[in-house]
Write a protein that binds this ligand. Structure first.
Ligand SMILES: Cc1ncc(COP(=O)(O)O)c(C=O)c1O
Length: 383
């Protein structure tokens, strides 16, 4: 027999798995994949145990348990002044990844175009392609990682179904300003273009800035899937719990897909997160300070190295330019750094359709204990 041809010829094992595996083989400090090396709050873990021990072990309602949807509704009212309906506009998913896949699958058809900004998180394009669409890549303007409005305008066509906006941005940490949201609204006002807001780092913004969610912009919110991840907010990436907020018409379509991908998300995790959100409403506002301290520790550690950097403005990654250290391309340098220097990082070119040949940028994850960051810093300063 002949096995079918691959539907995703351009997809292999993700760079995150490759670098994490290489880090493990070489006992390198793993600052590549984006996950914390510390646990989420004790209480949130205790509540999962509590719910598992008291019988909450069967399927949850497919749209999410009521207490969690209500807690999400309250949260977005608190942070963004948004008034969303917990019953018809909030859907709990198995991580932001599932919400992204479901939103794209529910709306992108054969021949549709989806605009993404490079460097771009890796899960959007395969989802678009599996649904018969194509991604149009618009490069962000470096070094500020800002939208190039002329390039965006030129990329929009009658086939544009969706624009994916990731803010705070992975890997740069850059957020969108209020003016940029207004400009986006103006640009797409007379079109039927949808927006997918990947806002998984929504509560991690530094130096007194604020995150302007698409939910803060009433006009944009009417055409948006706004997606976030409890994994990032509560240091529980392995639980894979996320959510999508969208107007009723879009939520209805997203739910049709979601119910056949996972149907629902593990019950005890949902109940535990809801309890924690209700008892600790201040937590989200404190998260930026928590991660800013980590960013500062890491930047302080590498200030005497030959890496060039501007401290990240949000998220949990620090970009660093290694052109003073090597003229290898970034994939080779990231491998070398892992095997020879004992620190694993992610090459930024993998997030780009057309990487600049002279770009010498890598990404370090600073969502790590102080000790881990200091050890990594020591090693990086030796280069
Ligand atoms: C920009 C971005 N979107 C989505 C995700 C996926 O989130 P989740 O683990 O909740 O699926 C990640 C995880 O690293 C991310 O960085």
């Amino acid at each position: 027999m002949h096995y079918p041809e691959t539907k995703l010829p351009n997809v292999g094992t993700t760079i995150f798995s490759v670098m994490s595996q290489l880090a493990a083989e070489h006992r390198a400090i793993n600052l590549s994949q984006g996950f914390p090396d510390f646990d989420g709050p004790q209480l949130i873990r205790d509540r999962v145990v509590h719910y598992m021990q008291s019988g909450a072990n069967q399927y949850a309602p497919f749209i999410g348990v009521p207490s969690l949807r209500q807690a999400i509704k309250d949260k977005v009212a608190r942070h963004y002044g948004a008034d969303v309906d917990a019953e018809s506009e909030v859907t709990v998913t198995s991580g932001a990844s599932e919400a992204i896949y479901a939103a794209i699958t529910a709306t992108v058809r054969q021949g549709d175009e989806v605009i993404v900004f490079d460097p771009c998180y890796d899960c959007y394009e395969p989802a678009v392609e599996l649904n018969g669409g194509v991604c149009r890549h618009v490069a962000l303007d470096l070094p500020e990682f800002k939208i190039n409005w002329l390039a965006l305008e030129q990329a929009i066509s009658p086939r544009t179904r969706m624009i994916i906006v990731n803010a705070p941005h992975n890997p740069s940490g850059v957020s969108l300003s209020r003016d940029e949201l207004d400009r986006l609204a103006e640009l797409i006002r007379d079109t039927n273009i949808l927006l997918l807001g990947d806002e998984v780092y929504e509560h991690i913004v530094f130096d007194g800035q604020s995150h302007n969610s698409l939910l803060t912009h009433k006009e944009l919110a009417r055409r948006s899937f706004v997606i976030s991840s409890f994994g990032k907010t509560y240091h529980i990436t392995g639980w894979k719990v996320g959510y999508c907020i969208a107007p009723v018409a879009l939520s209805t379509e997203l739910r049709k897909v979601h119910q056949y991908i996972t149907f629902c998300t593990p019950t005890p995790m949902q109940l535990a997160i809801a309890d924690y959100m209700n008892t600790h409403p201040e937590y989200e506002s404190e998260l930026s300070g928590f991660y800013q301290e980590k960013r500062d520790i890491f930047c302080h550690e590498i200030r005497r190295s030959r890496f060039g950097f501007t401290p990240a403005k949000g998220g949990y990654f620090q970009l660093a330019d290694y052109s003073q250290i090597s003229d290898m391309d970034d994939v080779s340098f990231a491998r070398w750094l892992t095997t020879e220097a004992g620190v694993a990082a992610i090459p930024v070119s993998v997030f780009c359709e057309q990487p600049k040949p002279d770009a010498r940028l890598i990404r370090f994850c600073f969502a790590k204990n102080e000790e881990t960051l200091k050890h990594a810093g020591e090693r990086l300063c030796r280069l």
